[in-house]
Design a protein around this ligand. Sequence first.
Ligand code: PPE
Length: 308
Amino acid sequence: MQELGWIWVNGELVKWQEAKTHVLTHALHYGTAVFEGIRCYKTVKGPAVFRLYEHIRRLFDSAHIIKMCLPYTPEEVKQATLQVIQANGVEECYIRPLAFRGYGEMGIDPSRCEVDFVIAVWCWGAYMGDKALREGVRAKISSYARSYINSSSPRAKTSANYLNSVLAKLEAKELGYDEAILLDVNGFVAEGSGENIFYVKNGVIFTPHPYAILLGITRDAVMQIAWGLGLEVRETLVTRDDLYLADEAFFTGTAAEITPLVEIDGRKIGDGKPGPITRRLQETFFRVVRGEEPAYEGWLTYVKGGEV
Ligand code: PPE
């Protein structure tokens, strides 16, 4: 990966190469970590972080679910995020706060391991490539089910939950697809390996109920943008057949932004090209994140106005 200058580690800016941890870090062995993925976009008023407040809120919610006490306040996390963006001098970046059970005792009980907290930023273009944003991607329903709600809390963005995503992603790629779609243990559509999913049928937008999924902040943004455009959005139970018979489908996520889905399990979605509603949402979304839609200005935190 392309290295930048600084990573925020437990309250200080540390040189990129020196941001290291002990091999007996608890989280490395047991996945006891929570994290976020946030994007900062270039706007005419300088770099702006998209929905920073909601991402910090979700980080604290994830920590609460796994009984991890974060050593900083939400305001400190906000200031640290703005500080690390400024220190690296980037106009656009992906931001990764990670809180993990560190070095202390081995064994499953994490209570003797302090919580370490880091925030890194890097330049991350289109998640599945520029062509994916323009022309859409091909996905496969995974043979791996999303974790059961009483197994590992899919609502929490924990590192441990991502092994499930890693297995699904590897399988999809090995079979020649761009991305995996995971069903829940009851067989209903849940989400992508790192995205939420939507489909459009007869002008109405549908997305799975928020049970066995990560409650995506882009998912929420897309729902609000759709309502703002006068479109109807329904949260519902979704089957694979709903996807096969959809007029349009797309993934949403901080990394994936709005990525059209043009083929699922070898079946074309609609006419096999990104559909008009997907395009409209995508165009509006990119204007929103770049500060070109005054109605959504409240979703942006300007790095320069952040009093670091
Ligand atoms: N579901 C999953 C499983 C998921 O990982 C993400 C984000 C989402 C839904 C969408 O959430 P939101 O970003 O709040 O809209 N996945 C992150 C990690 C991607 C990675 O490869 O790492 C992301 O998009 O940042």
